[in-house]
Structure formats: C-alpha cells, structure tokens
Design a protein around this ligand. Structure first.
Ligand code: ZN
Length: 274
C-alpha cells in the first residue's frame, strides 16, 4: 500500500541495534561516533517483568515502573533522569545545570518530574532526558559540536503543534547550537504501513487528505519538517523499527498495550564509562 509522504532525498533509514544487558535499541552510528552520548529506546523486556516506563499510563504498578526507571538510570550511569507528563503539545523544557526545571522527585528514586511537556533539552552531562511512547515518535536531537541533546515526543498532534520546530529553536536560542551541526533521529514508532488515520490527521499535518482512512508515515512528515526547518538532509535518520510490524518487541498503543517504552538521551559524566 502506498504511504505518504516520502522521505526527502539523502535522509536515510537505519536499524537500531539491541544493547547487551538492557532491553534497549541504540543508534549504532551515533554510539560508534559519540562515545560520550547516551541514547536509546527501551523495548518490552521480559514477558513476566515488562520493562514498562509508563508513569502516567495504566500499565504496570507504579512501584514497578519506578523500579524500571531506576534500572535505566543505573545502567546508563546517569545521575538523574528527567521526565514529564506528556500532553501532545509543543512545550519543551530546557534543563541547565543547577536549575533543572522540576516539580519534584518521585519516591526515593533519582527521577525528577518537570511540569507537563513533550520535550526536554540540555547540555548538562549526567542528566538523562526521557519521553515515553507506544506508537508516537521519539525524536532525538544531538549537537556533537556544542554537546547538547534533546528528546521530543511527537505524535501527530505534537507534530502539528510544532514540537520539533520548538525543540530545534531552543537548542539554537538557549544553548547556542548551530542548525547546521544538529543531527536528528526519528526513532522506533508506528510505521507508514500500519498507521491508518482519518482525514483530520492529514489536514492537521498539512497533507492532502484522502477520501477514506489511509496509512500515514508520521516519521516521513517529521523528516520533511526537519529539512524544511534547516536541518541538513544527510543529518536526518529514520528508524526502520515499527511498533506493530517489524517484530521489534516494542509496546504499541494501537496493538492494545497500556505499557510505554522510553526514548532517552543524555551525556555521560565520564565518557569512558561502559
Ligand atoms: Zn508497521
């Protein structure tokens, strides 16, 4: 079946690789090129103990979800994890040094919650930024020159609200990134064959609306928007993993899962750490 729209020229599809020891898929090229970078998307984990990071969804018990966040923090070597309730909007928080914009910590864990937001940006090593998804797109942005990072939660509503453009603008305005240095990866999400939607979604995304429900490739929409917003096309990569059809052990809202995976990004305090 045809899916719309197509990827811009020079944008590449990549297949993230599983990490050993933790149920996570990582961008292999980035892992190789940037040893200081922490980046990945978690997967389902063991059937009996799902690796559910959904603090605001109706999946696992809260103490299990908190345990999983702590497991992720410990495995990545991050000092603190920052997360927020997501509202399918374009609010993105900048977390700088001592002024981590948080509401408070959760339980005994080194997990801080900021006010509602669909994205986080930082240049602070040791801070792990996370967004949860289960079909929506985790968007990863890395500035290897400034060493700044961002992660964004982008479903069709967030894309239409401009969450991608907001995240890129904050990297430039608040953290001094140059647009030409930014790398953008559109992570594991529901694909353009599986995500059938109505005309209202095409309308909201500025695409020609077909007469009947039709699959749409939200990552291709994001790739086009990234390029239109000044990102170099060869700096944009798109995950081949789908939450429904590629057997990638990911949670899928459309597939009936109440659990959530997390897309995370950060920088190592000690870049020689494992
Ligand atoms: Zn699919």
């Amino acid at each position: 079946m045809d899916t719309t729209p197509l990827l811009p020229a020079s944008v590449r599809r990549v297949r993230e690789e599983p990490l050993r020891g933790l149920p996570v898929l990582v961008h292999g090229e980035w892992r190789h090129a940037f040893p200081w970078l922490l980046q990945g998307t978690t997967t389902r984990g063991a059937a009996r103990r799902p690796f559910d990071l959904g603090l605001f969804s109706a999946g696992s018990a809260r103490h299990e979800v908190l345990r999983n966040w702590e497991m992720l923090r410990e495995a990545t070597g991050a000092r603190r994890v920052v997360h927020a309730r997501q509202v399918h909007g374009a609010q993105v928080h900048v977390h700088t040094g001592a002024s981590v914009a948080v509401l408070g910590d959760v339980g005994e864990e080194a997990l801080s919650l900021s006010s509602d937001a669909d994205g986080h940006v930082t240049l602070e090593p040791g801070l792990l930024l996370g967004v949860t998804t289960a079909d929506c797109v985790p968007v990863f942005v890395v500035d290897p020159v400034r060493r700044a990072v961002a992660v964004l939660h982008a479903g069709w509503r967030g894309v239409a609200a401009g969450v991608l453009e907001r995240g890129l603008a904050l990297l430039e305005r608040d953290l001094g990134s140059r647009r030409s240095d930014l790398l953008v990866h559109l992570g594991p999400a529901i694909c353009g064959r599986c995500y059938e939607v109505g005309a209202e979604v095409f309308d909201a995304l500025g695409e020609a609306a077909p007469p009947r429900p039709t699959p749409i490739d939200v990552r291709a929409v994001l790739a086009r928007r990234a390029v239109a917003d000044g990102i170099t096309p060869r700096h944009v990569t798109v995950s081949e993993h789908c939450t429904r059809c590629t057997g990638s052990a990911l949670f899928s809202h459309r597939g009936g899962d109440a659990q959530r995976q997390v897309g995370y990004v950060g920088m190592r305090v000690d870049e020689l750490a494992p």
